[in-house]
Design a protein around this ligand. Structure first.
Ligand code: NAP
Length: 175
């Protein structure tokens, strides 16, 4: 049986998720939640996300990187993580190939972005692990509109730090 597809994202009210290659905020509780929920699992992610996440292979994570530059990904992984990297990092040229690879690896499938990866996988998602940051922020990378789709909220918790109020929720697709 196919494993469910989980999307995990932190998104502002205006759907901004990134700015100049980085997160537009630093919310420690959200970072901890993201690390906890992806540890030991298969992270499906675009090249920029892979190259800019130093801890992508920590805590038992595997990476399935979507890129048209497999040699660049393999060489970068070897340099960053050493000779065992090939065991933990796989490359796919598009989303369907990445999902097929991820289905064959052990662990939950955690789709981590960025924009195009989310756009192509949202219609297929079984679960959305959403940190909704209650702010409108400036940015250049967006999450696709999800609010019109049919979701059932499994749980939510509210949080805040010095700068932001946010809600972390698990939404199950009722498609
Ligand atoms: N808030 C959040 O939860 C969150 C989550 C993720 C990312 N972000 C933010 O988003 C930004 C990074 O995301 P991004 O969208 O700019 O880049 P990205 O998706 O990480 O990487 C883009 C590259 O990945 C490959 N790629 C991505 N989608 C593809 C597809 N559907 N088919 C084929 N190739 C694909 C291409 O690589 P090649 O050029 O090698 O072919 C493309 O140039 C950062 O600002 C980051 O902080 C935020």
């Amino acid at each position: 049986m196919a494993k469910p597809l989980n999307l995990i994202v932190a998104c502002a009210e205006n759907r901004v998720i990134g700015r100049a290659g980085q997160l537009p905020w630093h919310i420690a509780e959200d970072v901890a939640w993201f690390h906890e929920r992806t540890a030991g699992h298969v992270c499906v992610l675009g090249r920029i996300c892979f190259e800019s996440w130093p801890g992508v292979l920590r805590e038992g994570r595997r990476a399935v990187v979507i890129s048209s530059q497999p040699e660049r990904i393999r060489a970068g992984a070897l340099e960053r993580f050493g000779p065992d990297a090939a065991q933990w990092v796989q490359v796919a040229g598009n989303v369907p190939a990445a999902l097929a690879l991820a289905q064959r690896l052990p662990g939950d499938i955690m789709i981590c972005g960025g924009q195009r990866v989310f756009e192509e996988t949202l219609p297929l998602a079984d679960r959305l692990l959403l940190t909704l940051v209650h702010a409108e922020v400036a940015g250049d990378v967006h999450f696709p509109e999800w609010r019109h789709l049919p979701w059932r909220e499994a749980w939510r918790r509210e949080g805040r730090d010095a700068n932001y109020r946010f809600t972390i929720a698990q939404l199950e697709s009722s498609r």
